[in-house]
Design a binder for this molecule. Structure first.
Ligand code: COA
Length: 194
């Protein structure tokens, strides 16, 4: 941890935060949670957040402290398969049994600090990766819809940090917009399944 974080702080970080309306995702997950449970897998929100094209490292709070195992090649996995893999990594993490194969090879990290609490963060990049995202707690908040009506929305903030030597703010903004758009309209992910 000391070596990695000292190396990480040599990276010129820039931060970028936004909020994402997860109302439709909350509904979708409530429909799928029972189906996944019947197949022996606990389905949280993380498998939806992870569904990209990378080996996604997941910051994990374990009895041994912070560990970052990764789900490999998420682009080739369904949301259910990501959930099953996350369940496996969580069980190994709790038992202190995560090995080098699971703890190496990450290309991008997500830190769901919102599962403990908090809204915004300033996450530190895990070198040699070039970006990381911290997810806040999903909160029910008042928002206006496209018809200017006040609605109850499930809002989550996301705080990205990126290495400004290789990524500029506009690139991060376009990526964040795309990632948020998938989660705000989760049915759009079905189009690109597997
Ligand atoms: N907002 C609201 N609810 C959340 C949430 C969020 N951001 N994240 C998780 N939850 C809910 C889950 O949906 C689940 O609810 P359910 O019983 O209705 O399914 C419950 O909280 C517990 O989820 P959890 O066991 O934490 O699973 P997960 O897949 O969401 O997260 C880990 C898995 C490994 C990321 C998480 O357990 C963890 O360790 N988080 C801490 C990360 C950390 O330490 N970051 C700091 C690094 S510097």
């Amino acid at each position: 941890m000391v070596k990695t974080m000292t190396a990480a702080l040599k990276i010129p970080h820039f931060g970028y935060c936004d909020e994402v309306d997860l109302t439709q995702l909350v509904l979708l997950r409530s429909e799928l949670k029972g189906l996944a449970e019947a197949r022996g897998v606990r389905l949280s929100y993380m498998p939806f957040f992870v569904k990209g094209s990378h080996n996604i490292g997941l910051a994990m709070d374990t009895p041994q402290g912070l560990l970052v195992p990764s789900v490999k090649n998420v682009q080739a996995l369904s949301v259910f398969e990501i959930a099953a893999e996350l369940n496996r990594l969580q069980a190994l993490g709790s038992a202190g049994q995560l090995g080098p194969a699971d703890l190496t090879g990450g290309t991008f990290t997500l830190s769901n600090v919102g599962s403990i609490g908090g809204t915004y963060a300033k996450p530190v990049i895990l070198p040699p990766e070039v970006a990381i995202g911290a997810l806040g707690k999903i909160q029910v908040l008042p928002r206006f819809n496209s018809c200017a009506e006040l609605v109850k929305a499930h809002i989550m903030s996301v705080s990205w940090s990126a290495d400004h030597r290789v990524i500029d703010g506009a690139t991060m903004s376009r990526f964040s917009n795309l990632w948020c758009s998938y989660l705000e309209q989760p049915s759009s992910m079905v189009l690109d399944l597997k």
